[in-house]
Ligand binder design. Structure first.
Ligand SMILES: [Zn+2]
Length: 217
């Protein structure tokens, strides 16, 4: 069995999706790209994250052919491979039906930057048009609307996050859900005020210097 480290991460981060309350049971899917072999490792379809074993993770090429594994891959594999084919910096994709992100996706509108944590992911969280799950159309729409960002809402469906590592993709997924939760809560009692472009620019510059010595974002 190849790609043991990547398999371990798919299993570990699948559980994190549940622990971070981004999904329940078998909802959503996640993948890691291995550029040198042009393959991705993706979670299997219909297996609970806490029951997924290393051998259940499916190895696929970017054209949808299974290279290793007996399980059926996630039905959304095209929505993962389209990013690996076309965006060189993307090494992981996470998709989930998180409660607040999915609620906001039903409004089919972009979520304004009401909190600075999204500054290194996007300037506003965009929402796609509706396309049926598991189709080439939803993959193309997600890719088109995401553009240079690392997160997007899929209309009436959920969230999609990308990153240069699975840690970064999960962080973006968590921040998407956080932003949507804040928007729902704040909208319940008033009109949330978005940060301006200039304010988001200065946060983005600060993020570039983020790191040791440790500074809380
Ligand atoms: Zn889905």
């Amino acid at each position: 069995m190849d790609y043991i480290e990547e398999r371990k991460k798919i299993v570990e981060f699948g559980k994190k999706l549940v622990d971070e309350r981004l999904t329940t049971g078998t909802g959503g899917n996640l993948s890691i790209y291995v550029p040198k072999d042009r393959v991705m490792l993706i979670s299997p379809s219909g297996i609970n994250y806490y029951d997924t074993k290393l051998e259940d993770v499916v190895v696929m090429d970017l054209d949808g052919h299974i290279k290793e594994g007996d399980r059926k891959p996630s039905s959304e594999y095209a929505m993962h491979s389209i990013f690996y084919k076309n965006k060189p910096g993307v090494l992981s994709v996470i998709h989930a039906h998180a409660d607040f992100a999915t609620a906001m996706s039903c409004l089919r509108k972009n979520v304004p930057p009401i909190h600075y944590v999204i500054a290194d992911m996007c300037r506003e969280l965009k929402c796609t048009d509706y396309k049926i799950y598991g189709s080439p159309e939803i993959a193309e729409e997600a890719y088109r609307v995401m553009g240079d960002d690392n997160g997007v809402l899929l209309a009436n469906h959920g969230l999609l996050a990308t990153g240069g590592s699975i840690e970064s993709a999960l962080g973006n997924a968590v921040n998407i859900e956080f932003l949507c939760k804040l928007y729902v809560y704040a909208s319940a009692v008033g009109n949330p005020v978005a940060l301006t472009n200039e304010e988001m620019d200065s946060v983005a510059r600060k993020f570039q210097n983020y790191g040791q010595p440790k500074e809380d974002k």
